[in-house]
Design a protein around this ligand. Structure first.
Ligand code: BF8
Ligand code: SF4
Length: 623
């Protein structure tokens, strides 16, 4: 049946059948309508950067259409398009990071009722790390105010180097400096990418790609890292805890509020409102047993990591979550929220609520949430969800499957605590060959690939080979549903990894958070490299995004590569129309930054490729 080819999961298949019966199209149906995609766009050889065009570059025998009207060739156009693609992703993560600075600033100024600094120790530690004076002794809010200033300054153009860049090994920073890849201001690199790709600026693919890497580094070691660290300061540093995953986390007897998007600023306050006795009483008065908050996508990861809130699903589950007929409200902020959700919600009683001025959806209920009014507005939203619950049609409710248990909360702080405060025991396991290496599997779903087949296939294949997996973003849900986020999954790992996991009581796949939390993996790589006295490009590590779709995922991939981490992609970006750009991506970057991209659809072959890099690096380290 078609739904069996579309997704790995029973809950998704059941909801796809229900959607079809109820005549509700999903991303998979629209993918079929859009296939075949425009070949020029697929190859990256269309340009719309000015109105002398749009231009298309063709590889024709008669030599016509080799150049755009301005004279740009395929290499320049592909590189420019890829650069803007990266800038889009870096902008998303980093603007999210900025929202956390604004929230912390509002807390400092006393204009953010309901928000507080939950991890004061981390505030002082991070402030000290970034050079805030007397971070250990001055009053909390004074330290926080200075930290806010340091973080804001990283977005501008005054600095010569981002504050968190010191977390990268010295050799890596020197390399970036030599290559002209050292990220300066976060907004600066993104704006400069837009500038360079204007007609008649940077017309050299290598130069464009170098700046694309610099822009991506500004995301990973800048905007995303600020996002992660300030989120921990405001909402608590994640520690290991239990939760559950899949559509079965929705409750027939409860008001189901699904938070969707990315920033914990809104979802944390929705959760806080849902925990208030008055609103819980209101829910009971409306005939519900409870208020049930569950997550979708990355804001789901944020609540899961810090609060153990169950995860309803990843990217391709968001439409299907509404099809259960049991979603009373979807509360969205920004990024990865399919516009189709508005139409699907309208087929049910579901209230689709948007909260950010940056994420407006025609037809949605817009209740704008800012730090100063979040408490009040989030109460209002929970109230709306309760009202919606009273309009739910029980005949249309179908909640599939039972939730699967998962373990979450593996921040670097948690990992170090489990190891007794130092990465040394972990490195001992690596040296002994019990753990052969680490691969971060990150990113999305894409209806071009059977949902989660790549994410799960690769994770299983790697742990079988004694390679520990670190999961973030939408891979979390995939790994969780497959049972890989439980300590019992050690039985699916190779003998060495299995023994380590059993000794530590941890799963072979560690959940490290949302997509901005890939910065945690960068930091961990920096720590391990420093401990060994080597560069990140010497470590037996890799990264993969088997089912990626977004600009943000591309930015993550590029900052991983530019940081020295070989990175696998399950499908290529739209660059294949240029041999020069493709050659640099899959090979040329090796000579510059010591890592490059690999593209491979088959998860077992992808595991072979990643393992080969790990083996080679182990040999070079004498392991
Ligand atoms: O930032 S993994 S589909 S939700 S882009 Fe989006 Fe991809 Fe999910 Fe999180 Ni990340
Ligand atoms: Fe065409 Fe050049 Fe304008 Fe792009 S910038 S649309 S290639 S003329």
């Amino acid at each position: 049946t078609p739904e069996n080819e579309r997704t790995l999961w029973k809950d998704a298949r059941q909801m796809l059948r229900k959607a079809e019966a109820e005549n509700i199209p999903t991303a998979w149906d629209r993918m079929r309508e859009q296939t075949p995609h425009c070949k020029f766009c697929e190859l990256g050889t269309t340009c719309r950067n000015c109105v002398m065009g749009p231009c298309r570059i063709a590889n024709r025998k008669d030599g016509k259409m080799r150049y755009g009207v301005c004279g740009a060739d395929a290499d320049v156009i592909v590189a420019r398009n890829f650069g803007r693609f990266i800038a889009g992703g870096a902008a998303g993560h980093s603007d999210h990071g900025r929202d956390l600075i604004e929230t912390l600033e509002a807390v400092v100024e006393g204009h953010a009722p309901g928000y507080t600094i939950r991890d004061e120790a981390k505030l002082r530690r991070i402030a000290g790390e970034l050079g805030v004076a007397e971070a250990d002794t001055r009053p909390t809010l004074d330290v926080a105010r200075d930290l806010v200033d340091v973080c804001y300054a990283d977005f501008g153009s005054r600095r010569t180097e981002l504050a968190f860049l010191k977390r990268a090994p010295k050799a890596r920073r020197e390399l970036w400096e030599r290559l002209g890849m050292t990220p300066r201001g976060i907004d600066r690199e993104i704006a400069e990418m837009m500038h360079r790709t204007h007609m008649g600026c940077d017309n050299d693919p290598a130069s464009l790609l170098t700046h694309a890497a610099r822009t991506a580094l500004a995301d990973g070691w800048g905007g995303s890292m600020i996002g992660t660290e300030l989120s921990d300061i405001l909402f608590g540093t994640p520690m290991p805890r239990q939760s559950t995953v899949n559509l079965g986390v929705l409750r027939e007897d409860a008001v189901n509020i699904l938070v969707h998007g990315h920033n914990p600023v809104v979802s944390e306050m929705i959760l806080a409102a849902a925990r208030e006795p008055a609103l819980q009483q209101a829910a009971r008065d409306a005939g519900a047993a409870a208020l049930n908050v569950a997550g979708l996508c990355c804001t789901g990861n944020e609540l899961l990591m810090r609060q153990g809130i169950p995860m309803a699903g990843n990217h391709l589950m968001t439409e299907l979550a509404i099809v259960t007929g049991a979603a009373d409200a979807i509360v969205a902020d920004y990024q990865c929220i399919m516009p189709s959700l508005v139409r699907i919600a309208a087929c049910y009683h579901t209230r689709f609520v948007t909260t950010s001025p940056k994420g407006r959806f025609t037809g949605a209920t817009h209740i704008e949430v800012h730090p100063h009014n979040a408490q009040e507005k989030c109460r209002e939203i929970v109230q709306l969800a309760i009202e919606a619950f009273t309009k739910r049609d029980p005949a249309r409710v179908s909640i599939p499957v039972q939730p699967v248990p998962i373990t979450t909360g593996f921040s670097n702080e948690a990992i170090l605590a489990a190891l007794g405060g130092t990465p040394a025991p972990l490195l001992d396991a690596v040296k002994a060959g019990q753990i052969r290496g680490f691969v971060g599997i990150v990113g999305c779903n894409n209806p071009k690939i059977m949902q989660d087949s790549g994410n799960v296939g690769l994770a299983k294949e790697l742990i079988r080979r004694d390679i520990m997996v670190l999961a973030t973003g939408c891979v979390t849900t995939a790994a969780g549903k497959a049972g890989l986020l439980m300590p019992e999954a050690a039985d699916m790992a190779g003998p060495g990894l299995s023994a380590v996991c059993k000794a530590l009581g941890v799963p072979p796949v560690l959940h490290m958070g949302s997509c901005v939390d890939n910065s945690r993996i960068l930091q961990l790589c920096g720590l391990l490299a420093d401990e060994l006295g080597v560069d990140i490009s010497d470590l037996p590590v890799g990264a993969s995004s088997p089912e990626w779709y977004s600009e943000k995922a591309a930015a993550i991939g590029l900052y991983a590569v530019a940081s020295g981490i070989p990175t696998h992609l399950g499908l290529p970006p739209n660059i294949l129309g240029s041999d020069v750009v493709t050659g640099m991506a899959v090979d040329g970057l090796n000579g510059l930054v010591g890592a490059a991209f690999m593209v491979e659809a088959d998860p077992v072959k992808a595991a072979d490729l990643l393992e080969a890099h790990i083996v080679e690096r182990r040999q070079k380290l004498g392991l």
